[in-house]
Design a protein around this ligand. Structure first.
Ligand SMILES: Nc1ncnc2c1ncn2[C@@H]1O[C@H](COP(=O)(O)OP(=O)(O)OP(=O)(O)O)[C@@H](O)[C@H]1O
Length: 311
């Protein structure tokens, strides 16, 4: 658990963060979202002491983070940012190994860990290990940035717009990757984003900030079903709230096992939002469904899209 208690940070004439109190649960992916300048990055940087608060306290696993030097603290907290910040004259392997090397892991263990992380992020180790950052695409660099942040198996991972500058396809696949890693490892992740769809897709707990304060926090569906005020309603996009709600539920929860349909099947782990798009583009009222192993699983009927609220 990360406990942020009444934390404020002022720059020149304005409060970047204003009396913020927030509890970040262990093992959850918490998303900080908000307008530009609302204090998200400042909050994140105070957790790893890149910025020191003017007042208030932050506790990690019960201990005030000021009890450790920033350098030692950061070895337990992975940090991935949009601009990646890879060392240009270091190979991919050296970049990923930065913190394990500081921690003086044996060379064989470091090598093994680098291989494991590259494979986890779908970068074949033998192809990428010896490359330099300028020999990678933007998306590959961001993957290496995420691998580096995960390298020493930190308890906490802080991510500041880690997929910000990517095209929608690469961004989507990295988001899926992050969701998979989080499920596998049960890590505590705090992710900053501007993108409401990214927040709804990845966040188990979402914190919406404005002017250095929290406007609303809770589960994704609460933002769509019970927006606290007009600011929240505007932020989540009132006109798209319905389709976004469909994005929180998978086809698996509505598939009829005995129903049949023709055509290219959709996977049961697709969201109902993706299914809606298929219904419309194919001009059909039922879609065949396969499970994650590609086996026939029944059909999704258009009329079942509205079969209940996201849970
Ligand atoms: N080092 C700094 N010096 C002066 N002002 C700063 C500094 N860092 C942040 N600020 C100001 O503090 C406020 C909050 O900034 P912060 O970067 O935390 O916002 P943000 O929500 O992450 O914004 P964005 O989404 O645009 O990155 C902004 O008004 C910003 O201009």
């Amino acid at each position: 658990m990360i406990e942020i208690s009444n934390v404020s940070k002022r720059f020149q004439h304005s409060n970047a963060v204003d009396g913020l109190t927030l509890q970040i649960a262990t093992g959850e992916l918490t998303v900080l979202i908000g307008t530009s300048g609302s204090g998200k990055s400042t909050t994140l940087k105070m957790i790893n002491r890149l910025i020191e608060p003017d007042s208030g306290s932050i506790r990690l696993a019960g201990a005030d983070i000021r009890q450790q030097s920033p350098e030692v603290l950061r070895r337990h907290i992975g940090y991935a940012i949009q601009s990646v910040g890879l060392f240009p004259h270091w190979t991919v392997e050296q970049n990923i190994a930065a913190v394990p090397a500081l921690l003086k892991w044996p060379a064989a263990r470091i090598r093994e860990r680098v291989t494991e992380l590259l494979e986890l992020l779908h970068l074949p180790a033998e192809t990428f290990r010896q490359r330099y950052p300028h020999q990678l695409s933007g998306g590959q660099q961001q993957r290496v940035g995420v691998a580096r942040a995960l390298a020493a198996d930190p308890e906490v991972l802080l991510m500041d717009e880690p997929f910000g500058a990517l095209d929608p396809v690469t961004r989507g696949s990295l988001q899926q990757e992050l969701a998979r890693i989080q499920k596998l490892s049960g890590k505590t992740i705090v992710l900053v984003t501007h993108d409401i769809d990214e927040a709804l897709q990845l966040g188990q707990h979402i914190v919406l900030m404005d002017k250095g304060r929290i406007v609303q926090q809770g589960k994704p569906e609460s933002f769509l079903l019970q927006p606290a005020n007009d600011f929240v309603r505007d932020f989540v996009g009132q006109s798209d709230a319905g389709v976004r709600l469909l994005g929180l539920t998978t086809v698996a929860s509505r598939v009829q096992a005995t129903a049949r349909a023709d055509g290219e099947p959709i996977r049961s782990d697709c969201t109902l939002r993706e299914a809606l798009s298929q219904f419309v583009s194919r001009q059909v009222d039922r879609l065949p469904v396969v499970n994650e192993q590609g086996q026939h699983a029944g059909a999704l009927l258009f009329c079942d899209l509205l079969g209940g609220r996201a849970s």
